[in-house]
Design a protein around this ligand. Structure first.
Ligand SMILES: [Zn+2]
Length: 134
């Protein structure tokens, strides 16, 4: 899925390899995702775009067992329960879908960024178990 259209181009610093785009505050160093216009910690307006690490650890997770309300859009015809979690990327914790073997999910699991279908031809980000953590 390396030659696809992102569901929102501002999410990514690059698609191949996939890297999320975050903002680092020039004043206090706070890192946020997605991109921000001002720092949520010190309110400074000077932030720099940074490519977030592609690997992290699962901070917490759950399985979404029912269809969320709008604006959620089904990626297919029928709702299928999916795993979602918070991933600690070091400077920031990012929420995202979790794909791959659900039996492996546990707090502290090494995970890495990947792409998954969003709607139609578009892709978004997800995290999958990192079976070969560096
Ligand atoms: Zn700041």
């Amino acid at each position: 899925m390396s030659t696809s259209t992102p569901v929102d181009g501002t999410l990514f610093a690059s698609l191949d390899p996939p890297r999320l785009a975050g903002s680092r505050c020039d004043a206090c160093g706070t890192v946020v995702f997605p991109l921000a216009l001002s720092c949520p910690r010190c309110s400074a307006a000077a932030l720099s775009e940074v490519a977030l690490p592609e690997r992290g650890t699962l901070w917490s997770w759950t399985v979404q067992g029912f269809q969320p309300k709008a604006p959620y859009v089904l990626p297919g015809d029928d709702f299928v329960p999916y795993a979602v979690g918070y991933v600690d990327l070091g400077d920031v914790i990012v929420e995202g879908h979790l794909v791959g073997d659900r039996e492996l999910l546990r707090i502290g699991l090494p995970v890495r960024l990947t792409l998954t279908q969003a709607t139609g031809e578009t892709v978004t980000y997800a995290f999958e178990p990192d079976l070969e953590p560096s």
